[in-house]
Write a protein that binds this ligand. Sequence first.
Ligand code: CO
Ligand code: CO
Length: 301
Amino acid sequence: MDDAAIFRISDDIAIVQTVDFFPPIVDDPYKFGEIAVANALSDVYTMGGHPLTALNILCYPVDANRDVLTQILLGGYSKANEAGVLIVGGHTVDDAEPKYGLSVTGIVHPKKFVAISEAQPGDSLVLTKPIGTGVITTAAKNDLADEIVLQQAIESMLQLNQASSEVMMQVGATACTDITGFGLLGHLLNMVRASNVSAKINLPQVPILPGTLDLLNQGVAPGGTHRNLSAIESNVSWTSDISLEDRLLLCDAQTSGGLLISIPKNQLPELISKLEQAGVAEQAIIGEITEKQASAITVTL
Ligand code: CO
Ligand code: CO
């Protein structure tokens, strides 16, 4: 269930490998390139690794406008550059629907990486970005999102998880995953299953992108978000006063979401203050890990 593969090369170096690519989620091709790269690098940061090199993966219609293709690649190059990652090659396939992303190689110490499977009862759960990008980008595709709401979602997706990862490694996280296609509860479920524990989430503490709840109340939610909710619902215990909209919110399929960090309580103040100092978008304490219960996840109001 880990976000990336780790392969030991020597006593002090392991390589970290991951791949991610997907169709455009925003109209601006340059921003799409940047977001795709921020998203692809995230799985290396999740493990506490340092991404070094990457290969472009691009699907693009052979007869279509090449300026758009150039903008996608320039956006991707610029975000990789910001992360200190070198794009060293790639491969392109003729495809009616464009898709872009990276295959990433990084390094990590073979004994010091952060796995998804080590969350401990008593740990606090910290989330480093607000959720809602699935709802907002779906609304934008249907011209239902305000420009400012969309811009804030794009800004959030553009943020690298690099600083959060560095802080997490300094402070000593027990487990970590990033919030992407399965939504907050889907990725949390992977963490608690892999760690053989349960979790409690305090709904009012979960950070939300501005505009998300309004759109959910108008009935906007991507198909993937509905599927995420059906897939995890039997593992979640929630009181009847938690609305369908809030349940969908917690399962909203994210792109380039934040890190979900499991951290021992005595390390929590240091983690929060260092995330703040590093300028990370959110340092929200959204719940805690417990001993294994009948329900894998309990959501409280
Ligand atoms: Co991931
Ligand atoms: Co991924």
